[in-house]
Design a protein around this ligand. Structure first.
Ligand SMILES: [Zn+2]
Length: 159
C-alpha cells in the first residue's frame, strides 16, 4: 500500500508547532488540515488520554461557537500518537492565517474552569476520562513556547 502523506513528514526533525498537514479538494471547496503539534515527536512524553480528551471537548466547543470560524470548522480531534491535534477547516489557508484563532482557542482552554462541556454520560462515550488541570497546563505551555512569537520553523514542515 502507498505511504500516506502524513507519514512522509520527518518526525525526527519536527518541532512542536502549527503546520499545514494537507489540502484536499472536495467538490469546489478546499479543505485545509492543520497539524497542531503540542509535544516533540519521539522526544518527550506524549500527552495522556485524559488531557487530550479534555482539550478535544474544549477546543471543539470553542471552534463551534466562534462567529468567524464555526461555519468553516469541519473537524477538530486528537492524533492517535497523542502528540497533537488535527483541525480541518473549509477553505485554503496557511498556518499563519490561524495563529490568532489558535491563540484565542488555547487561551480559552488555559483559562477554562468548571464543568467541561459535554463531559456527561449522555454526551460522551467516556465522560469520566478528563483531566482539566493538565489541559490548562498544556494549553499554557503551547501558548508560551509555540504560539507567542511563533517562528517560521514552527509554521512550515521541515524539509
Ligand atoms: Zn468525550
Amino acid at each position: 500500500m502507498e505511504k500516506i502523506a502524513s507519514f512522509t513528514i520527518d518526525h525526527i526533525k519536527l518541532l512542536p508547532g502549527l503546520y499545514v498537514s494537507r489540502k484536499d479538494h472536495v467538490g469546489s471547496e478546499v479543505i485545509t488540515t492543520f497539524d497542531i503539534r503540542m509535544t516533540k515527536p519521539n522526544g518527550e512524553p506524549v500527552m495522556n488520554t485524559a488531557e487530550v480528551h479534555t482539550i478535544e471537548h474544549l477546543g471543539a466547543t470553542f471552534l463551534r461557537n466562534d462567529e468567524n470560524w464555526k461555519d468553516r470548522t469541519v473537524y477538530f480531534g486528537p492524533m492517535g500518537c497523542r502528540t497533537g491535534f488535527y483541525l480541518l477547516l473549509a477553505g485554503d489557508y496557511t498556518s499563519e492565517d490561524i495563529v490568532s484563532l489558535m491563540k484565542e482557542m488555547f487561551t480559552f482552554i488555559r483559562d477554562f474552569d468548571g464543568e467541561v462541556p459535554g463531559a456527561s454520560p449522555k454526551d460522551c462515550g467516556n465522560y469520566l476520562d478528563m483531566n482539566l488541570p493538565m489541559a490548562n497546563w498544556l494549553a499554557d505551555r503551547y501558548l508560551r513556547e509555540v504560539l507567542d512569537g511563533i517562528t517560521k520553523e514552527r509554521l512550515v514542515y521541515p524539509e
